[in-house]
Design a protein around this ligand. Structure first.
Ligand SMILES: *Cc1c(COP(=O)(O)O)cnc(C)c1O
Length: 442
């Protein structure tokens, strides 16, 4: 009799390359139009607007609590920059022509926590805080939220706690904002989490619980701890719609940035966006927001490490969170700590599968190489996870089946914009960055 894995591999031959840890790509033939797939998500434009309005209400608080956000009036947003030198290097590295322009979305340099988690993580904590103080009659939504930056409010929040499981960056975001508001906060960190992230959190007064196991275990333990305490709120990275909505606000923000830079997106000017994927909430939420903003003219592609291809696996097999990479004997060990997730979010996979054009995997070695190249070519420094999206344009350009099926003619591709989402790295200490940069010579 065949083992269950053998049966699965026979049904989905692509899994053999995942098991072999080969760089693999898959463009989903079942994608459909935005209007048709929107009901899968179960969220609407009104939900994104609600999130956007909430972030606006909190802006005066953020200006006070985090003066580095004063420049953007308390709105946590990152720049989009053109990286044309990097485009040349990519074309050489991959021996593929890349037409159109190559841009980088620098969520790596978002204020407060230096990663994409400054969107979803912070948003979810703010949402929870708002709910508590409104219920207690201490705040109304018409108030100036800067009043939350006071000893009285900090004392109030001390009565409540927050818990989260993380590979590092989500913990960093949630820990920093929660501690600033006054919450008692504990972060359950998986084995891959970097020491400096734990140190930084402890310096903020956050309780860091360390595990020798991976992200799935850290999340489970966080959940258990929270269940014991009725005043403890558990932030569920695997299933939270609130986190997802926090990320989704990025869509309208990118649209506004493109509008002011005169970057056109329409049928003749397609936009490709390459998003590093861990559990899926960050890239899924951003992709949802982008779809809402640009409709069928934006094409989102997820990137994962060869050792942690959980979303590709879940969507390709249709098993979503019912299968983990470990089930196939894949070890989920990667230098891309933000992406070290063995089991994808079932919510995101099911909600977004018909809206995501494709998925690919990338080796750690290549992420290190791209990290060094981006540094030398553009003087931009990222953490390894954030480079996962960088080869996306070459993958799109070399996939004839996808280009043909989608009717991406040479003319359209010449007009295309490729946006690589840089998800983290802005807070990596110099000495750690030197280590990353030296990996290329290992
Ligand atoms: C968390 C993270 C991601 C992916 O987000 P998920 O919500 O886990 O999919 C990508 N890059 C970095 C640097 C991250 O920290």
């Amino acid at each position: 009799m065949l083992s269950p894995n053998r049966v699965l591999v026979e049904k989905f031959p692509l899994l053999q390359s995942l098991i072999n840890l080969e760089e693999t790509c898959w463009f989903n033939p079942k994608i459909t139009s935005f209007t048709e797939a929107l009901p899968d998500v179960g969220l609407t434009a009104a939900d994104i607007k609600d999130a956007s309005d909430r972030l606006q209400r909190f802006a005066p608080y953020l200006v006070k609590a985090f003066p580095e956000t004063a420049e953007t009036n308390g709105i946590i947003e990152s720049d989009v920059v053109e990286i044309s030198q990097m485009k040349n290097i990519l074309q050489q590295d991959c021996s593929t022509e890349i037409t159109g322009r190559l841009l980088l979305k620098k969520d790596s340099h978002l204020p407060i926590s230096g990663s994409i988690k400054a969107r979803g993580g912070i948003y979810e904590v703010l949402t929870h805080a708002e709910k508590l103080v409104i219920k207690a009659g201490l705040l109304s939504i018409d108030d100036d939220y800067s009043k939350l930056f006071s000893d009285d409010f900090r004392k109030f929040f001390k009565g409540y706690s927050i818990a989260v499981g993380s590979t590092g960056n989500l913990g960093l975001s949630i820990g920093i904002i929660s501690a600033k508001l006054g919450f008692v906060v504990s972060v359950h960190m998986s084995a891959d989490a970097r020491q400096w992230k734990k140190d930084k959190l402890r310096a903020h007064g956050v309780t860091v619980v360390e595990y020798q196991q991976d992200y799935g275990v850290a999340v489970e333990q966080g959940r258990k701890e929270a269940e014991k305490n009725p005043n403890c709120f558990f932030i569920d990275d695997e299933n939270s719609q609130t986190l997802f909505l926090g990320y989704s606000v990025a869509g309208e923000r990118v649209k506004a940035q493109f509008d002011s830079a005169g970057i056109k997106v329409d049928t003749q000017h397609p936009l490709f966006v390459y998003l590093p994927c861990g559990v899926g909430g960050g890239p899924g939420g951003v992709a949802f927001g982008l779809k809402m903003a640009f409709g069928d003219n934006v094409h989102c592609i997820f990137a994962e490490p060869t050792h942690s291809p959980c979303m590709l696996l879940g969507v390709h097999t249709g098993l979503h969170d019912q299968i983990s990479v470990q089930d196939l004997g894949i070890d989920n060990r990667t230098a891309a700590d933000g992406l070290a997730v063995g089991r994808a979010s079932g919510f995101v996979g099911r909600a977004m599968q018909r809206l995501l054009d494709g998925y690919y995997t990338i080796s750690d070695q290549r992420m290190y190489q791209l990290l060094a190249e981006l540094n030398s070519q553009e003087k931009i420094r990222l953490e390894p996870s954030a480079l996962a999206g960088m080869i996306g344009p070459a993958i799109v350009h070399s996939n004839v089946e996808y280009l043909h099926r989608m009717n991406f003619t040479d003319e359209k591709l010449a007009n295309a914009t490729h946006l690589v989402w840089a998800t983290g790295g802005g807070m990596v200490p110099k000495i750690e960055m030197e280590k990353y940069l030296s990996k290329i010579n290992d």
